[in-house]
Ligand binder design. Sequence first.
Ligand code: BTN
Length: 268
Amino acid sequence: MTSTEFSRQVIAHLPPRHPWADRITVLDTVDSTNTCLKSMAQQGAPEGTVVIAHRQTGGRGRLGRQFSSPAGLGLYFSLLLRPQCPPQQLMHLTCAAAVAASDAVCQVCGLTPDIKWINDLVVGKRKLGGILTELSIHPDSRQVDYGMIGIGINCHQSAADFPEDIRPIATSLHLEGQSVDRAALAAALMERCQDLYAPARKDPLMESYRSRCVTLGQPVCLHRGTEMIYAQALDVDMDGALVVEYPDGSRQTVTSGEVSVRGMYGYL
Ligand code: BTN
């Protein structure tokens, strides 16, 4: 399918006269939709600008990891936001985007993915997709210049389509028995992300996040550089930080910038 045709299909799945309908760019191949959107943001692109690619050659995840993005098999989607606020008010953005992405998947195929703290969509014990949020801060005002939400969702992959190293922990909607229309999923993501950072939505979004977060109540291994620390995951606070308890009973709140989390018995 051509990029123009795909773009038309996304628009057809949006409500009529959607304010972002004329801000969708669909590309055949790009290094990373986030990187592409970043240069559009720097040239003044408005809120609601969306970049979708059929294939990424350098799809990026958190902590410099790669996101496998084979042609036509996943949805690789980035959305530009221009919230007028200090960055401290957007600490929960990754969590809010994870809930929005989980809701969008449910909207198009009836399956609600769980969330592994902080940014992985999971089904069963396997990763279905991930979120990469990036913020740019204005150097003078210290306000947010722009934010972007990058979402990657594995749609049509069979096991052999994943690189060998992630095959045991990856899944796709196809492998979960769902057939999904990627254009419908892109439109659902746009709708679910539309008022993501409205202050009134913070409480319900974080409540949904906690209820879908499979990390909570689990023993986890915190990776900080080369250090590994064992703890119990207790809660996620309103900024999206993880509250953990160590074996000596002491508690700490850790952020996703400081640590990554692995389950003690595998990926979850
Ligand atoms: C992760 O697994 O840590 C996050 C993965 C995020 C992948 C998406 S795909 C669309 C957008 N472009 C990127 O380069 N990354 C995000």
